[in-house]
Write a protein that binds this ligand. Structure first.
Ligand SMILES: [Zn+2]
Length: 417
């Protein structure tokens, strides 16, 4: 069980609100960020016992002195994982959104109102922007933990509301789902995340049978399997989901539960990474996702509009050209000024890129080094795969009643999804 952060230099009102909800990881000081290779769990970042829920499940924690940064610094959440994308051939053959508009027509519409054609998800989830986003509204079936950081595209917000409402519609007396960070109003870097930059990433609480609250560890037997499974199933089957990050221990019990209630085994093997057979599952393990699941949506409209409008947005300085970064892991004897000389940038630029408050870099810790003038990455057309819709569940005669959890009895009396 993870404790609440005992003290923090910059306990913000957001953090306070978070603490009121029992959040174990208030986004208080948003500080240094590293740019890890995708999918590589970094034990060295698992340092803060509160933040550890985001970093150190199943990973031997490094000694605290290795990575506890200067005061106010906080671990990066390991949510920068990127899964292989569908090839253009495998992508949905639906016509591209906005194909009926020329670039000039798009520009003309945006010139009068940048939100005229809807939200735009520009660039990558690990390096992007959100334009004309929508803040997640309050809802009867969910609670937004940090409203100021809950901006997404219209597609993201709608898909999220749809999945949560589906759970509440199916199971009476469902507690409010907790919605954590989505993106900042204009997207971009959102400490302590790596992703969450372009309005398509959402942190979402698991449904719990015991002590339902934000950021509780769900791997210890309190997971509300019927509701959580229905949430995951609805997200996959009824929205455009790129990936869902779920701790492997939770994947195991969710998948076992889904099998028990008659979900198609081949489909489960296709979508789950744990025990699965797919080259490209949807539900992946990344350390730190026992306290919440992370959903990354595809946004066919917002991504395509972001791509088509990219030059216009640059020209209007609504988005700025991305600065590329390299990652440097500090070796013995190296200092901030060494790094600055070696990479021909100012120490201040390195400090800014890593939100450092002091002129100190730490041994064996990776730092982002900005590479100015690296050019502009024009977004490529997103290859959005067809949804993986499961066959209808078979009669679930094999359900072992001893393994049922709250709400299970409703599973087969409610409407079919
Ligand atoms: Zn996340």
């Amino acid at each position: 069980m993870r404790g609440i952060r005992s003290s923090h230099a910059l306990l913000s009102t957001l953090a306070l609100a978070c603490a009121m909800h029992g959040c174990a990881a208030p986004p208080a000081a948003r500080a240094p960020e590293t740019a890890p290779a995708p999918a590589a769990p970094r034990a060295s970042d698992a340092h803060d016992p509160a933040q550890a829920g985001d970093d150190c499940d199943d990973v031997p924690a490094a000694s605290p002195s290795d990575d506890e940064g200067p005061e106010g610094e906080q671990a990066t959440i390991d949510d920068g994982f990127e899964a292989p994308q569908a090839s253009a051939a495998a992508a949905s053959t639906a016509p591209a959104p906005f194909a009926d508009l020329t670039d000039a027509e798009i520009e003309a519409r945006l010139r009068s109102d940048v939100g005229a054609l809807g939200s735009m998800s520009v660039g990558r989830t690990n390096g992007g922007a959100l334009v004309a986003g929508v803040r997640m509204p309050e809802g009867a079936n969910w609670e937004v933990v940090h409203p100021a950081l809950a901006w997404g595209t219209r597609e993201t917000v709608d898909a999220l509301a749809h999945a949560i409402d589906a759970v509440a519609a199916r199971f009476p007396n469902t507690p409010k789902a907790f919605i954590g960070d989505i993106s900042a109003k204009n997207g971009g870097h959102l400490h302590p995340h790596i992703s969450h930059q372009s309005g398509r990433d959402v942190d979402l609480g698991y449904y719990l049978t015991d002590g339902h609250r934000w950021y509780a560890d769900a791997s210890g037997g309190s997971l509300d399997l019927p509701r959580t499974w229905h949430l995951v199933r609805t997200l996959i089957a009824e929205s455009d989901v790129d990936l869902i990050l779920v701790d492997r221990r939770i994947q195991r019990v969710l998948k076992a539960y889904a099998l028990e209630i008659g979900e198609d085994p081949a489909w489960l093997d296709d979508v789950f990474q744990v025990g699965g057979k797919s080259q490209r599952p949807i539900v992946f393990h990344v350390d730190g996702h026992a306290t919440h699941l992370h959903v990354r949506f595809f946004n066919p409209q917002a991504q395509e509009l972001g791509r088509r409008a990219y030059r216009f947005l640059l020209a209007r300085r609504i988005v700025t050209p991305p600065t590329l970064y390299v990652t440097h892991t500090v070796k013995p004897g190296e200092t901030l000024s060494h790094l600055a000389r070696r990479y021909k940038v100012t120490p201040e630029a390195i400090k800014k890129a890593n939100a450092l408050t002091k002129d100190v870099v730490r041994l064996n810790k990776p730092y982002k080094i900005p590479q100015p003038g690296s050019g502009i990455a024009m977004p490529t057309r997103a290859a959005i795969p067809a949804r993986r819709v499961p066959p209808a569940p078979k009669a679930a005669a094999a359900v072992n009643s001893s393994r049922r959890r709250a709400g299970d009895k409703c599973l087969r009396t409610g409407s079919k999804s």
